[in-house]
Design a protein around this ligand. Structure first.
Ligand code: ARG
Length: 273
């Protein structure tokens, strides 16, 4: 075996929460991907979502399903429901009133699952903008999550929080611009960040996988890794090849219907830690 100087990639079993797109629609426009005049095929969305759920269970992960609230067409994007570290969560407070009701719904569900949920004081959209990388949390701001929520997360979760500023409206949540691959490894699209944040990422992750705009623009970075398998949008083909070269196993999944809402694999997945 060729030596890469890197330890072999290793999968660890995960527990995810997902929310079936029973009420999925593009009913309003709160990110540049959403066009309310475009029809959504809900049956196709449900089928694609089910494929994602089965992909996780097939990889040996546990998936809990959060009941979908009628009238909340974006609730399928469960990542936004909070951020959980060691059984504690910072709940979500949404930037847009259209999604406000999801915050308490996810919080109630998390409490039922045994998670201690802190009621958020500041606008924060869960794992959309808070990504756990090993012992640290990378936190996005610029479009949704407020900087004050970064401090709140550090306090509530007892972790180091590294703020990153997003500048491209297509990448409005951190999880559309950066993927966590392992406890010490990330992938990102540099153009999504301001110069200071790019410098921070280069310092923290000098060997990060830099993804080209062509793959980022199909939300390729909206991926979920268990440390070995990286479940990612099928259209991100160059990124999949790069992951393979780094010792990961890319697992492509087609979520084209959910992309109409501006989300993909990671947006549909909240990790319970
Ligand atoms: N339509 C949703 C919104 O704009 C999509 C959320 C995607 N979620 C994510 N984790 N990036 O809020």
């Amino acid at each position: 075996m060729p030596s890469t100087g890197r330890p072999p990639r290793r999968a660890t079993p995960r527990r995810y929460a997902m929310c079936r797109p029973e009420h999925f629609a593009v009913a309003y426009e709160i990110n540049p991907w959403m066009d309310a005049s475009v029809a959504v095929d809900r049956d196709l969305a449900l089928a694609q979502w089910e494929t994602l759920r089965r992909t996780y269970t097939g990889l040996g992960h546990e998936v809990d399903v959060v009941p979908a609230l009628p009238g909340q067409p974006d609730m399928v994007f469960a990542a936004n429901g909070g951020v959980v570290v060691r059984g504690r969560a910072l709940g979500a407070r949404f930037a847009h009133p259209e999604r406000a009701a999801e915050g308490p719904a996810f919080a109630a569900w998390l409490r039922g699952a045994g998670v201690a949920v802190h009621e958020p004081e500041h606008v924060g959209e869960g794992e959309g903008d808070f990504l756990v990388v090993g012992e640290r949390v990378l936190a996005g701001t610029g479009f949704r999550t407020a900087p004050a929520a970064h401090e709140e997360a550090a306090r509530v979760l007892g972790v180091e929080v590294v703020p990153l500023r997003l500048v491209d409206p297509r990448y409005y949540h951190l999880d559309t611009a950066l993927a966590v691959l392992a406890d010490d490894d990330v992938a990102y699209v540099a153009g999504a960040f301001d110069a200071e944040s790019r410098a921070t990422l280069e310092r923290l992750y000098p060997d990060a996988l830099l993804v080209e705009d062509a793959d980022a623009a199909v939300l390729g970075l909206n991926a979920v890794s268990d440390g070995l398998h990286v479940v990612l949008p099928a259209a991100a083909t160059a990124m999949a090849a790069d992951l393979d070269a780094r010792g990961y196993v890319p697992v492509p999944v087609d979520l084209s219907e959910l992309l109409k809402g501006g989300g993909s694999v990671k947006c549909c997945t909240l990790e319970l830690r």
